[in-house]
Design a protein around this ligand. Structure first.
Ligand code: AR6
Length: 180
């Protein structure tokens, strides 16, 4: 039976979407950076960094593939889920498995916190240089497989910042929908 979770793609700025949880493509320091990480901290304000610092104190950052959760500060979401994507290194350093773990661990945290809706950026496809086609395939397959088992969250949104990622995710979504 196909998943009852709605999985959709839009083009836009993830800080502007109305969902329960927004996923951040962070780095293992959890102390902010450029790209989507910078945009989320700027739009959400200092409360996000303050909670990140507490997590760093308690557990010393976040490993690649893992995820942690904080307030979303001034954003309309309830939570920001910070996950650390792999830096692309030619494909021989478990990058594909680590990227899939980012999606799975973020979804698990969202479900644990009763989030009905979650938005993902295209993790690792910016500064971390993960090939976009492969990243899109991993992102969509991992989310589809996860939600097939849980049917939660109710809605997963891929928020793509560039046309190329949007088209790639859209094609992957079409492919999984035609299989079900
Ligand atoms: N909304 C949605 N997507 C965005 C936004 C936005 N406002 N801004 C950028 N993107 P990147 P990474 C897209 O580089 O590759 C940071 O410095 C962007 O076009 O943000 O996982 C962290 O601190 C791309 O498709 O993250 C880390 O050090 C995607 O988000 C490092 O970058 C991810 O690009 C993480 O690198």
């Amino acid at each position: 039976m196909p998943s009852v979770t709605q999985i959709e793609a839009i083009m836009g700025d993830i800080t502007k979407v109305s969902v329960d949880a927004i996923v951040n493509a962070a780095n293992s320091s959890l102390l902010g950076g450029g790209g989507v990480d910078g945009a989320i901290h700027r739009a959400g304000g200092p409360a996000i960094l303050a909670e990140c610092k507490k997590i760093v104190k308690a557990q010393g950052g976040c490993k690649t593939g893992e995820a942690v959760i904080t307030t979303a500060g001034d954003l309309s979401a309830n939570y920001v889920i910070h996950t650390v994507g792999p830096i692309w290194n030619g494909g021989n350093r478990d990058e594909t498995e680590l990227l899939a773990n980012c999606y799975k661990n973020s979804l698990a945290l969202a479900v644990k916190k009763n989030c009905r809706t979650i938005a993902f950026p295209n993790i690792s496809t910016g500064v971390y240089r993960f090939p976009k086609q492969m990243a899109a395939s991993i992102a969509v397959k991992t989310v589809a497989d996860y939600t097939l088992e849980t049917s939660l969250p109710e809605k997963v949104l891929f928020v793509c910042f560039d046309q190329e990622n949007f088209e790639l995710i859209r094609l992957e979504l079409l492919a999984i929908n035609s299989q079900s």
